[in-house]
Design a protein around this ligand. Structure first.
Ligand code: COA
Length: 321
């Protein structure tokens, strides 16, 4: 038994913040942001939009694309680092929004790799016969925990949600997934507040995402290069067998470095970083949905999904769409 992607969906907040808008907030330029990151604009939540509202819309779209209803879903796994509440977990909150009852529902916190972790877990449930129709979501509202006076981070991030429905299938589907983490790198990219520091530390608003950008860049390029090799070798495939690379949309220069290592033309790389910015765990499923809906990705294509994020976490999935 394997799992197969039966439908995809995404949701972006209404409000768009361009690089020109950011020039009015911090000492930066459109030229600096574009040349260092490839980002031109990003969507940010406003007017009651939350990780929950974005996830719900993305999930409903994916369910519609897969032609399944709430009663068909027997597992919900959502990757997010910015849940609406500490608990109930974001999976349960999404379950309530979708009027789904009784199936297991939980969230995975692996920063920008959250969706790949969620996909891997849901795939195991399906392979083990424990689920037949899983909803897998990556959703993030990181702009809520950004320091809008820190030009080194605030220009990078955006919000959004992407979702897929995984169904049991006789043939893959998800061919393999590969997950890694190394807590030694915990101080490269992090949000310092939490229950352990007391909730006042969050309410004071003094804390925000902290990042050593240069070091993140190097670790990202190295780990992604290695995981691409690991994924191909596990499937006895070569680079020539890949149709599409769907990378985490953090930075165009990191994406280009990975494509170069794979010997892939940029024409085979799905790119949304220009319009979405870094939406953390939402970036890979949203990029997948964009490419499916605009007809770039077709049934039967072989896709390599990969991501990295705070933790450090990193992971990949090889998928026959
Ligand atoms: N606008 C203008 N200048 C900026 C700026 C901004 N938004 N942000 C930083 N700078 C300045 C710095 O202050 C520094 O100035 P200085 O030389 O006078 O000290 C200069 O630009 C270079 O900073 P540096 O951090 O070395 O730039 P960089 O080339 O490494 O690019 C990143 C910065 C963040 C774009 C890059 O390191 C990166 O993309 N890292 C990976 C981040 C990432 O992907 N994070 C998410 C992981 S999931």
């Amino acid at each position: 038994m394997y799992s197969k992607i039966a439908g995809t969906g995404r949701c972006l907040p209404k409000k768009v913040l361009s690089n020109a808008d950011l020039e009015k907030i911090v000492d930066t330029t459109d030229e600096w942001i574009k040349s260092r990151t490839g980002i031109e604009r990003r969507h940010v939540v406003s007017d009651g939009e939350t990780t929950g509202t974005l996830s719900e819309h993305a999930a409903r779209q994916a369910m519609e694309a897969a032609a399944v209803g709430p009663a068909d879903i027997d597992l919900i796994v959502i990757g997010t680092t910015t849940p609406d509440q500490v608990f109930p977990n974001m999976g349960c909150l999404l379950q309530a929004r979708l009027d789904i009852h009784g199936c297991p529902a939980f969230s995975i916190e692996a920063a920008c790799t959250g969706f790949i972790y969620a996909l891997s877990i849901a795939d195991q449930f399906v392979r083990d016969g424990k689920a037949k129709c899983a909803l897998v979501v990556g959703a993030e509202t990181l702009t809520n925990i950004i320091d809008w006076s820190d030009r080194a981070t605030c220009v990078l991030f955006g919000d959004g949600a992407g979702a897929v429905v995984l169904q049991a299938s006789d043939e893959p589907g998800i061919m393999s997934t590969h997950l890694h983490a190394d807590g030694r790198y915990k101080d490269l990219l992090y949000f310092p507040s939490g229950v352990g520091q007391g909730l006042d530390s969050i309410r004071e608003g003094q804390n925000a995402v902290r990042m050593k950008g240069n070091e993140v860049f190097k670790v990202a390029v190295n780990t992604l290069g290695a995981i691409v090799e690991e994924t191909l070798s596990a499937n006895k495939m070569t680079r020539a067998d890949l149709d599409w690379l769907i990378p985490h949309q953090a930075n165009i220069r990191i994406i280009k470095a990975t494509a170069r290592k794979l010997g892939m033309s940029m024409d085979q790389v799905i790119l949304t970083v220009k319009d979405h910015g870094n939406t953390s765990t939402a970036s890979v499923p949203m990029a997948l949905d964009v490419a499916v809906r605009d007809g770039q990705i077709k049934r039967g294509d072989v896709l390599l999904l990969e991501a990295f994020g705070g933790g450090f976490t990193w992971g990949s999935a090889l998928v026959r769409y």
